[in-house]
Design a protein around this ligand. Sequence first.
Ligand code: PLP
Length: 469
Amino acid sequence: MADLHIQINRDKGGIAGQIASELRDSIRGGRLAPGTRLPATRDLATDLQVSRGVVVEAYEQLVAEGFLVSRVGVGTQVAPKTTPRAAPRQKPSPRPKPVRRASSAPVCAPPYYGHRPTSPDLSHFPRERWLAAVRHVLTTVPSEAFDYGDPGGVPELREELAGYLRRVRAADVRPENLVIVGGVAQGLSLVLHVLSRQRPLRLAVEDPTSQRQVPLLRRAGAHLVPVPVDEEGLDVRKLSGDAVLVTPAHQYPTGVVLSPPRRAALMEWAYAGNRVILEDDYDAEFRFDRDPVGCLQGLAPGRVVLSGSVSKALAPGLRLGWVAAPPDLAEAVRRARGELDLGSPVIEQYALAHFLRTGGYDKHLRRMRREYRRRRDALVRALAQELPEARVRGIEAGLHVYLELPDGWDELVTAHVAQEVGLSTEPVAPMRESAGAAAVVVGFSRLPAHKALDAIRGLKVRMSGQNVD
Ligand SMILES: Cc1ncc(COP(=O)(O)O)c(C=O)c1O
């Protein structure tokens, strides 16, 4: 058992964060080797004279980041591989067909940061059709187009996207309301920078919420105010703040769709106080059982800022997204982008415009929707058969389900064991401010339908402490 030297500064606050940071540095610096067992939370809490909950929080954070692993009967150890968010131990997806290259120079494997449950199946990236789009751009677009462009994005893409968002998301946008950005994450950062420039911004966020967004929201100047989510989505009665960030089409992580009365109440809240609704439309393309829910922006274009991206439809690595905002705000965001880094890569923007114009985007989405639906159905069937005591929620849309665990199952242990049997999962605890039933997010985008039953059986057997090898 490691004897840890951890220094905390009680005047600074954020003790759990300080403990996590000290441990993270020790692991990164090699002072804590892979496999090292950490003290029990109770013992470390006594040593540091803090409450046990604070140590639990620090450990949970590092488990979620992949620095530590936690197992029943063994306790908490430094992860075997100390790469944060190490690749889950699952079989790699079938290799994509090699793409013919002009040069025979080897392509370096990029560093791998782990597959997120909400990422798409990247082995289905439409390589050939994307290549055709890029080829089209390079053979038709004049050379001047490759100069620094409008920081708001190339006009052709804004034109195509405005049409797409009107058609598919019932949005109320014109090309001049759109700013092309590097994904929802950058879009939110830019909007918050602009909104918090004049005065500190109190931003209501859903509880639970995506942990990955919290640092960027804070860095952009927002003070976060958690608001609970229930069966109807965000509890609008408990809202406070100057603005709110919501995922109305498919709440992350619970998967709840914001109910019609709540949508109406949310818009009333925004109009009554001249407040802004930031709508994160992160996986709205994938809706399986009924017609897509139109975006809020289409109902209140003067109050709602819509952010979306191609991260779920194509690939997160493209870093291509959009912000649709009321004219003044869109202009301020465009200027902020110009001041920050002069805009997004233009060749990809032209390629996406071509892909949209020629129907390639819609075709790809139709194909993937069918495939993901098959995978989701297989996962839901397997869960119903093997784990009837677990509650599966949020299955109508997106690339993940929200799984409330059987009694006695620990979130962190379940998430770790699930990864070992080839499931892409994340515990919900680090995403929550207030207490809730133990749950994990389970992604199905990379789980072929014929493997779902084995994976869930494997999870069940391992969680009951048996050896399935
Ligand atoms: C709820 C939610 N919103 C936004 C994002 C970020 O998306 P993008 O890749 O468009 O920045 C993610 C990423 O996983 C997410 O889970």
